[in-house]
Design a protein around this ligand. Sequence first.
Ligand code: AFP
Length: 343
Amino acid sequence: MADQNKKGVITLEEYIIQAQNKFPGATGELSQLLRDIGLAAKIISREVNKAGITNILGEDGSTNVHGESVKKLDLFADEQLISALNRSEITCMVISEENDGIVELDNDGGKYIVYLDPLDGSSNIDVNVSVGSIFSIYMREHPGSDKLSETEALQPGIKQVAAGYVLYGSSTMLAYTTGLGVSVFTLDPSIGEFILSDDDLKIPEHGTIYSVNEGSYHSWNQGLKQYVKYCQIDDPETERPYKARYIGSMVADVHRTLITGGIFIYPDSSFYPSGKLRLMYECNPLSFVIEQAGGMAIDGGGRILEIEPVSIHQQTPIYIGSAKNVLKVKEFLDNYASESITA
Ligand code: AFP
């Protein structure tokens, strides 16, 4: 950071180009793709900020592939991201929360496959709570093959070449990783640029915040119930009781966890036997970011990033955050593994 201060502010565009220059063989395509996402994020941020004062606020009346009502801003964000990716012709297909199947882009020879959750947490828009966009980028395994298919997009999270999120909060922040640490940028609205705020963000090894929708307590497995009791025990030596924080917007909850440490959980339950959150465009990208920051992300058993996907919209339980917190919850899950979920 000392060097960076001497050079003044660094924009997302400059940072991406500098990073690319460190790899002499790089074609610049991934850099272009990240810049495209950065541009779409600025446009989405502008609309999110004025959502309360324009008629863009509110539902459009339709439902998405999961039967959830679609807000106008979800569709706007989806269109902006997809058209930004289409313009530079290096992405062959997009899989988005808002679309049932794959979306084939104009360049079917493009090298990259991009997963998107265009506007995660959108049920929070009406009450002015933070929302986010999530992206996850893979290389096509068989470039040039005739037909694009869903099967080609089914790669485990460890194969992501880049992933990240944009948080539309009290300021707009973009965080991403290409597997070399986590870089974070803050949008300066006065100049319309994302400015580097941290070029190697690390998550604390241990944190004292747990984040889970406790309204669903009775639908959880015994291990999680016991872990949450453990978090609530009064024991100053171990800095307990922990604080409970839950926004209901995964990007915002995971971003807070990244900064302060602790754990964010969306478990399997009697309501959601396979968990609620989506593996490919929520859990994989955020797990890649958290692991690159030094944290951990598991589905209760193994690493999220090693799950072999079977469908583009599949769900998974997730326990993500500081390494020590994730290891502790795993201990509880293992100890009570024989007790099945009873609602
Ligand atoms: P929405 O996009 O429908 O608001 O859902 C948000 C979300 O997918 C994720 O961002 C939250 O962590 C989670 O759902 C909240 O779910 P609960 O309301 O069941 O706690």
